[in-house]
Design a protein around this ligand. Structure first.
Ligand code: PMP
Length: 453
């Protein structure tokens, strides 16, 4: 099924694109300015277009296809479930739904043993916030700058970067604070320990001045993803856990992007030995083969809704096709040791290669990450750390990043680029040979970024 020259069919590709432009309204885009690439197929770590170009997928489709494209066990599970039962309302007990919930509960840390299913990440965040507000009887939610939590009403207001601005309704009770990020420290810290201490002190002070009795929840991405893969310093998340406990605040960890193997553990929280009260997930739970997300709920919060109804639901909550694909995904990941592969390739191949690349390229300011979850922070100047493009740059101002992305694609690599960063986020199934192929293409493409230093 890999493309060959004879498989190329540019006319079919042109027809697919024309049909798209006629009626499809795209996410996050000026509809008249986009040029979507028609896609003919995908397998494992690759996808391909109708012109015979094959791309090594270093984006995992918005950091989603942790198990790679078209995993045969997952495809078969969806087909079998479709033949058996395509849909049923959330109020019924169904074998695949309870099995998916059991497998998620078994993998999440601590006592997060009840699972509320949604159709994706933003809905998971919406419901986690509602649970926290009902559990505490409080309204405010604290979230970090340099974060993304989704594009629905509350989730976009929680988001701590310019993706929020056009939709910002100054949503009642959303308060932003600074998390730790030594490379661009909000606290002028000089080392990780200082950054950690100052970030925790800043959070304490924010809570003191907002009034702890008014705060329902603190939500954090365990390792912030699209905002730049900032691995928190040792002790930070444990410190937030302690602050939450002291003030009766619900601690929500958003693992929509970092969960299900991406960081080389089932959950990023496992790296830090921290258990939140609520954990949101999506993406890697079934690699998005069918839309699925959810909230893993602690025993204490679940008990709040034991004798009192939970006032929220979705027609497709725990959809049988989505749950069947999740069961097959989680089982295949265990059988094929895919989480272990992500840890091994990340530590042994990707991390060292990126650090070596950074030494040779004047445009690479910092390398950050773990597992198959890495970012290169591109700069004009390594000394001043001035970003390669201005914050939230668009159009001509963003040309250096656009040129870099185009160079990657010419080299057969599909990158994940956001602002002045490129993220290295292949499937958790990526092989050593594939990782090296992609890193070589990235190395070559970075000369386009170097030209702007
Ligand atoms: N939270 C995080 C950390 C995410 O990365 C994303 C998506 N990139 C979301 C929430 C929203 O998920 P969805 O797009 O499935 O609504």
């Amino acid at each position: 099924t890999t493309p060959s020259a004879s498989a190329a069919d540019p006319a079919a590709g042109a027809a697919v694109k024309a049909a798209d432009r006629a009626h499809v309204f795209h996410s996050w885009s000026a509809q008249g300015l986009i040029d979507p690439l028609p896609i003919a197929g995908a397998e494992g770590s690759y996808f391909w277009d109708y012109d015979g170009n094959r791309y090594l997928d270093f984006s995992s489709q918005l950091v989603n296809t942790n198990i790679g494209h078209q995993h045969p066990k997952v495809v078969a599970a969806i087909q079998e479930q479709a033949a058996k039962l395509c849909t049923i309302a959330p109020g019924f007990a169904v074998d695949v739904r309870s099995e998916a919930a059991r497998l998620v509960a078994e993998r999440t840390p601590g006592d997060l043993d009840k699972i509320f299913f949604t159709n994706g990440g933003a809905e998971a965040v919406e419901n986690a916030v509602r649970m926290a507000r009902l559990h505490t009887g409080r309204a405010k939610v604290l979230s970090a700058y340099r974060s993304y939590h989704g594009a629905t009403a509350t989730a976009i207001n929680l988001t701590g970067d310019p993706r929020r601005w056009p939709s910002d309704t100054a949503s009642a009770g959303v308060i932003h604070f600074w998390g730790p990020f030594l490379y661009r420290s909000a606290f002028h810290a000089e080392n990780e320990q200082q950054e950690c201490e100052r970030a925790l002190a800043h959070l304490e002070q924010t809570i003191a001045f907002e009034g702890p009795q008014s705060i329902a929840a603190i939500i954090l991405e365990t390792v912030p993803g699209t905002a730049g893969i900032m691995v928190p310093p040792a002790g930070y998340l444990a410190g937030v856990r302690e602050i939450c406990d002291r003030h009766g605040i619900v601690f929500i960890l958003d693992e929509v992007m970092a969960g299900f193997g991406r960081t080389g553990h089932w959950f990023a929280a496992d790296h830090f030995g921290v258990t939140p009260d609520l954990l949101t997930f999506a993406k890697g739970v079934n690699s998005g083969y069918v839309p699925l997300g959810g909230v893993a709920i602690s025993a204490e919060i679940a008990a709040t809704f034991d004798q009192r109804p939970y006032p929220g639901g979705l027609t497709y909550s725990g959809h049988p096709l989505a749950c069947a694909s999740a069961v097959a995904t989680m089982n295949a990941m265990a059988e094929e040791r895919i989480v272990e592969n992500a840890a091994d390739i990340g530590e042994r191949v990707i991390g060292p290669a990126l650090r070596e690349i950074a030494e040779r390229h004047p445009s690479v300011g910092e390398v950050r990450g773990l597992g198959v979850f890495w970012a290169l922070d591109l700069v004009k100047n390594k000394e001043t750390r001035e970003p390669l493009v201005p914050y939230n740059a668009a159009g001509a101002a963003n040309a250096p990043m656009a040129e870099f992305a185009a160079a990657c694609k010419r080299g057969g690599l599909w990158p994940f680029v956001n602002m002045n960063r490129t993220h290295v986020v292949p499937a958790c199934t990526v092989t050593e040979a594939e990782a090296k192929e992609g890193l070589a293409a990235l190395d070559e493409a970075l000369t386009a970024a170097d030209a702007h230093t």
